[in-house]
Ligand binder design. Structure first.
Ligand SMILES: Cc1cc2nc3c(=O)[nH]c(=O)nc-3n(C[C@H](O)[C@H](O)[C@H](O)COP(=O)(O)OP(=O)(O)OC[C@H]3O[C@@H](n4cnc5c(N)ncnc54)[C@H](O)[C@@H]3O)c2cc1C
Length: 479
């Protein structure tokens, strides 16, 4: 009997990550929440995501703009897109550890569906990184009330443009990039002109955060973040891409023609966007590493089942020594990379923004104050009053200083490279084992091979991730 994986007889978090047993002694609530997240996510993965994975891959190959709204509703009722919002406000109250543990389960079933709903977390993540109370409160209120009304509320994060994308992962590359997206200062705000492309859920988004430099000759020092509702005049959706993998998650071209962004929707003014972007990327690259791990595990699980069910010359394939060695080899790599990914997630909970949500005072306030007050307009109005917003945001920046963000960006690059490269390695190797017959669409391994490639590319290509890691850890060695 397989002790781990989607069809294991019981939860296996402590089996897979024994160091958590020690942590549990010191922080029982913290580890129990992650154990519960695994159970919750595994059930969703098995019952809701897995049964539709292959059929959606086929439908979306023909129609890249297709959305299975029934599936979306089932996932919405499980609160997947508000999982990071505190429980007292209606969410699941997950931190990074819970989220990473859950991502592995979801992705082992299907990465495209996971990316479809989890990439909406860019909304709360960007708001928490910003930590201006009026932004956080309105983001949480809108997401929670949409979830309760069973209505979609999509958010996109638009950084990549035709002339540059990856460059934003590395300081030197960002400094020398040649952006074509134009940002012009006008009275009362800014005008945006140009194209952002390959934007996840961009075609479905109700609002987005656009990251772009205000001065193309000096991108690093002039990077800014603009909150843009999709109903803004001049905004439209272009092509929805036909993709090799990740088909059930739409990726679209976004067109901006003289889109006006009022000053109140400028989340970060020109010159302050780099730090925001790095903090978001630190988390999102880490999460992509976990997508990679989930893909590797999902691929190996399918391979094991196939080898158990297939006989060659009268013997089950799983009984061949060469197969056992190959499987053990892949398991060893998965176990090793998982340990680093969970280390990243626990470190992020300890040092990045979720540490503030876990502070006893914040927790007590969330538990004592009624939800109506917390998510109501009056608290939001107070949060907007001069000084309050700045004060709270500055407090957060002091709690999460620049050095910590730079450190986590390097750590994020490390786990993204390790997880996504492993996804590619394992998904390719299992196809060698199962051969042509096992590579048929119906077994899912071929799909995972196609899905894996994108994780090496998005959130910054792995080559630039490597350069970012080198620059942080050994930058001086090259000068
Ligand atoms: C499925 C999918 C979803 C996506 N979702 C989003 C999203 O939601 N939001 C968003 O903003 N973007 C998104 N993207 C875009 C993605 O982040 C970019 O494709 C990625 O960062 C790579 O950038 P690029 O395509 O511009 O490649 P390029 O930057 O053109 O890179 C091409 C090649 O050149 C190399 N290279 C580039 N610059 C350097 C350098 N300075 N030094 C060394 N080598 C370099 C790269 O490593 C790569 O090999 C998505 C992409 C995909 C495929």
């Amino acid at each position: 009997m397989q002790k781990w994986g989607l069809f294991a007889p019981g939860p296996d978090l402590l089996h897979n990550a024994p160091f958590l047993a020690k942590l549990k002694k010191a922080f029982p609530e913290y580890v129990e929440r992650a154990q519960n997240a695994q159970v919750y996510a595994r059930q969703i993965a098995k019952d809701i995501i897995l049964p539709k994975s292959l059929i959606l891959d086929e439908i979306c190959a023909m129609d890249p703009a297709y959305v299975d709204w029934e599936l979306w509703k089932e996932l919405n009722r499980k609160k997947t897109s508000i999982c990071m919002i505190p429980e007292a406000l209606g969410g699941l109250g997950w931190g990074f550890l819970d989220m990473f543990v859950a991502i592995e389960e979801f992705v082992a079933a299907d990465v495209s569906t996971t990316a479809f709903f989890m990439f909406n977390l860019f909304g709360p993540v960007c708001a928490f990184v910003e930590f201006k109370p009026e932004i956080c409160l309105s983001m949480m209120r809108d997401l929670v009330s949409a979830q309760r009304r069973d209505e979609p509320l999509f958010f996109a994060w638009a950084l990549t443009e035709p002339a540059c994308g990856t460059d934003n992962l590395n300081e030197d590359a960002c400094r020398t990039q040649k952006p074509t997206f134009q940002v012009t200062r006008v009275e009362g705000g800014y005008r945006l002109n140009g194209i952002k492309h390959f934007i996840s859920n961009g075609s479905l988004a109700h609002s987005m955060l656009v990251i772009a430099p205000a001065n193309a000759a000096n991108p690093l020092e002039s990077l800014a973040c603009f909150f843009v509702p999709a109903k803004s005049q001049g905004f439209s959706v272009g092509r929805v891409e036909k993709k090799m993998g990740h088909r059930a998650k739409q990726t679209a071209e976004l067109i901006f023609k003289d889109v006006f962004v009022p000053d109140e929707n400028v989340w970060e003014k020109p010159g302050r966007g780099w730090r925001h972007t790095m903090e978001v990327l630190a988390v999102s690259t880490g999460a992509v590493g976990m997508l990679g791990l989930g893909l590797a595990r999902g691929s190996l699980e399918r391979c094991i089942r196939h080898c158990q069910a297939t006989t060659i010359k009268g013997r089950p394939l799983i009984e061949e020594n060469w197969v056992q060695i190959a499987i053990a080899d892949m398991m060893a790599k998965i176990m090793t990379v998982r340990a680093k990914l969970l280390d990243f997630a626990i470190g992020a909970d300890a040092l990045l923004v979720t540490r503030i949500l876990d502070k006893p005072l914040v927790k007590a306030a969330l538990n004592i104050l009624p939800e109506k007050l917390l998510l109501g307009q009056s608290l939001e109005a107070l949060a907007k009053s001069p000084g309050v917003s700045e004060l709270v945001s500055n407090f957060k920046h002091a709690q999460v200083p620049d050095e910590v963000v730079a450190y986590f960006k390097a750590q994020g690059a490390c786990v993204k490279v390790a997880g996504s490269d492993l996804a590619m390695e394992v998904s390719s190797r299992v196809l060698d084992i199962v051969g042509l017959e096992g590579a048929g669409h119906a077994f899912g391994m071929e799909k995972i091979f196609r899905d894996a490639k994108a994780t090496q590319i998005y959130e910054g290509a792995n080559q630039v991730g490597r350069l970012a890691l080198f620059a942080h850890e050994l930058g001086d060695a090259a000068s």
